[in-house]
Design a protein around this ligand. Structure first.
Ligand SMILES: NC(=O)c1ccc[n+]([C@@H]2O[C@H](COP(=O)([O-])OP(=O)(O)OC[C@H]3O[C@@H](n4cnc5c(N)ncnc54)[C@H](OP(=O)(O)O)[C@@H]3O)[C@@H](O)[C@H]2O)c1
Length: 354
């Protein structure tokens, strides 16, 4: 990126992840700029129920968080003539009409829709058409409409980065893209949903599902609709995103064979443990481009299996390759702060590409 260039950020969605990202940014802006050259300012926010605002000169981040978390919402800080944008699409259209100093970037963190990937896919396509690059933590578009997203990015000559869609800030996609040149990914196996892994671990201790799920909701780790975690939709969306990007597949979460954990009781989980096994929600992807299949479901994992050591909110993914065998990447505990870091890491990657 040119010296002095600054990324103008449009936050499409301003919930747990986007606010954690802004909280991460506030005290570190100067350090990040000195270390990586990344300079940013937030110039727009769109939410579903907490208003929208476009502020071309830059938003006071701390005030925006306070407004979004209070009763007022963010519309009161809209700084252009006329009414605040009514939704994310109007905000993106408004942004397209402004003359920006520096690149425009939409950060898409709206609620997951694992069946259709909407409205996030629509937001991304509209952002690209508006001339913005895109960073997203929302796996829906990558899982449900990867081709649409990729083609729209190509047409617009803009970048789309999505590292925080799987295992938060752990560089799963970047690991393959940047450090495993020439390898073919032949299979994937892992635990990729922190909420269900935590819940199953607590069930081993005799705690029933409801209490530990409430804890995951309070920590902002569970999906807005926690059934997407419990019924395996989140893991299925991650399977599809990984398969599409790393294995050249064209699958969707609906084509992933899926079974959740809602039917399991603490007695089932403890029974497995007493026999030397752990019950884990395991994601698998196998096959070659054009014939890739994926599944998500509870499996008995032997105590000697690397996945048996994945406790609490940890996640792990084994990437099988033709030239390097199996590479396993372990995340020692996920949180929204790590997802927020994934967003920041994508912005730094983007600024290096510009
Ligand atoms: N939480 C995590 O640990 C984590 C980790 C990795 C990835 N993710 C992904 O990151 C995304 C955001 O997660 P989150 O935990 O931040 O969710 P969240 O707290 O529920 O926030 C979602 C935000 O999106 C807004 N929104 C929903 N529909 C919208 C629409 N049609 N137009 C504009 N804004 C809309 C909501 O508006 P209101 O504020 O008005 O409701 C809210 O601000 C999800 O796709 C999730 O799968 C989350």
């Amino acid at each position: 990126m040119q010296a002095g260039g600054r990324l103008n950020l449009l936050l499409i969605g301003f919930g747990h992840v986007a606010r954690a990202f802004v909280r991460l940014l506030i005290p570190r802006r100067a350090d990040i700029e000195a270390a990586s050259g990344l300079a940013t300012r937030v110039v727009g926010i769109a939410t579903a129920r907490h208003g929208c605002a476009l502020v071309p000169d830059g938003i006071d981040d701390a005030r925006a968080i306070a407004l979004a978390e209070g009763y007022l919402g963010v519309s009161s800080i809209h700084a252009l003539a006329g009414d605040p944008p009514r939704d994310a699409f109007a905000l993106l259209d408004g942004a397209a009409r402004q003359a920006w100093q520096g690149p425009l970037v939409a950060i898409e963190t709206t609620t997951l829709d694992p069946r259709r990937g909407e409205p996030a896919t629509g937001h991304i396509v509209r952002a690209l058409a508006a001339g913005a690059h895109v960073v997203t933590a929302n796996k829906g578009p990558i899982a449900c409409a990867w081709d649409v997203v990729r083609q729209a990015a190509g047409r617009a000559d803009r970048h789309v980065l999505f590292e925080s869609t799987v295992m938060d800030g752990i560089p799963v996609f970047g690991l393959v893209r940047d450090t495993l040149p020439g390898v073919r990914v032949t299979a994937l196996r892992g635990i990729v949903n922190a909420t269900t892994n935590y819940v199953l671990g607590e069930m081993e201790e005799g705690r029933e599902l409801g209490a530990s799920l409430a804890e995951m909701q309070a920590r902002g780790i569970a999906e807005a609709d926690p059934l997407f975690d419990l019924e395996g939709w989140d893991a299925a969306a991650k399977a599809a995103a990984l398969a599409n990007v790393l294995m050249g597949a064209a699958i969707t979460p609906e084509s992933v064979r899926r079974c959740g954990i809602t039917h399991l009781t603490a007695a089932d989980v403890r029974g497995a443990l007493d026999s030397g096994w752990r019950l884990k929600l395991v994601m698998r992807v196998t096959g070659e481009a054009g014939r890739v299949s994926a599944s998500v479901g509870p499996e008995r994992v032997h105590a000697t299996d690397v996945l048996a050591q994945v406790h609490g909110t940890m996640c792990a993914l084994t990437i099988s390759t033709d030239l390097l065998g199996d590479v396993t990447i372990v995340q020692h505990g996920g949180s929204v702060a790590e997802t927020a870091y994934g967003v920041l890491a994508d912005l730094i990657t983007l600024s290096r590409r510009l």
